[in-house]
Design a protein around this ligand. Structure first.
Ligand code: F6P
Length: 317
């Protein structure tokens, strides 16, 4: 009998609950026992591990955050601390673990795999900074939140002929910024990837003013520069009176979008099926939103993605 545990770790992300539900339901579908680890790796160390039934993960598909709780546990880098976690899992006879989170979570999972636990990692982070996957669970919901906020800022920015500087989350990754910048029609997007030279940005603002722009939106990824200072500098070199807003933690919350629910459900099923097949040390990814092209005559014969979804549905109830 396989025993599969699941945990969520690092910054929470909308859709994590949908992934937990999929993991638990799929494990039960295959006749395994399912366990939830509370509060991320901390719960592994503190033996906060509880068997879960199908109803324990009912009514959570549409909920933001994570019912399992999450934490950051820097001491998990220490082998003795991880040793306690491994021992706790072994005491319960749990031989498989699914970790849902970002890069820190993945590193913890790799270490546990090296200590003999079968580990599968699912990308769950609003930052979208896991290199192997095009999209992580939570990214699109956070993006929708950022877009909603920037659209609202645009209204007042336009009315008052302002330059509105908006700080968006993402840790060291500019994805939330560049995606929201494109979706909101921002004039300037500043991320680690674009680099930041203040004088250049100020010049861009002046050029925009010359070209007759009534107002401007500047999206800045977090950890790049002080957006309030930047707004002041913009005001000093242009006719725009300028304001800054930091979107902050609202980007982490909220009901997961349709995309994140489906992505999380599919990834959860896939993760358990890998464990069923005695696989370990693997990270789930998606690259399904690629833009491509094919001859028109082949377009109508292309495989229908939805057929695939019926296979997932049977494991999720
Ligand atoms: O990783 C998600 C994230 O929200 C980042 O965008 C942000 O830099 C960080 O977490 C904030 O972390 P904390 O919740 O520890 O303040």
């Amino acid at each position: 009998m396989k025993k599969v545990a699941v945990l969520t770790s690092g910054g929470d992300a909308p859709g994590m609950n949908a992934a937990v539900r999929a993991v638990v339901r799929t494990a039960l579908h295959y006749g395994f026992k399912a366990y939830g680890v509370y509060n991320g790796y901390k719960g592994l160390v503190e033996n906060n591990i509880v068997e879960l039934g199908r109803n324990d993960v009912g009514q959570i598909l549409n909920r933001g955050g994570t019912i399992l709780g999450s934490s950051r546990l820097p001491s998990f880098k220490q082998v003795e601390v991880r040793g306690i976690a491994v021992e706790n899992l072994k005491q319960l006879g749990i031989n498989a673990l699914i970790v849902i989170g970002g890069d820190g979570t993945y590193r913890g999972g790799m270490e546990l795999k090296d200590m003999g636990i079968n580990v599968i990692a699912i990308p769950g982070t609003i930052d979208n900074d896991i290199a192997s996957t095009e999209y992580s669970i939570g990214f699109f919901t956070a993006l929708d939140t950022a877009i909603d906020a920037i659209d609202k800022l645009r209204d007042t920015s336009f009315s008052h002929r302002r330059c509105t500087v908006v700080e968006v989350m993402g840790r060291d990754c500019g994805d939330l910024s560049i995606y929201s910048g494109i979706a909101c029609g921002a004039e300037i997007v500043i991320t680690k990837e674009t680099g930041f030279i203040k004088e250049q940005v100020l010049k861009q603002v002046q050029l925009a003013q010359k070209s007759g722009k009534r107002h401007l939106i500047v999206v800045v990824a977090e950890n790049i520069t002080d957006v309030f200072e930047l707004a002041k500098s913009i005001e000093a070199v242009s006719d725009y009176n300028s304001r800054a807003s930091v979107l902050g933690y609202i980007q982490r919350g909220g009901t997961p979008s349709a995309f994140d629910r489906i992505l999380a459900s599919k990834m959860g099923v896939h993760a358990v099926e890998l464990l069923r097949d005695n696989q370990s040390g693997l990270a789930i990814f998606t690259n399904s939103l690629e833009i491509g092209h094919c001859p028109i005559e082949e377009a109508l014969d292309a495989r229908d993605e939805t057929t695939d979804l019926y296979n997932y549905l049977s494991k999720l109830n």
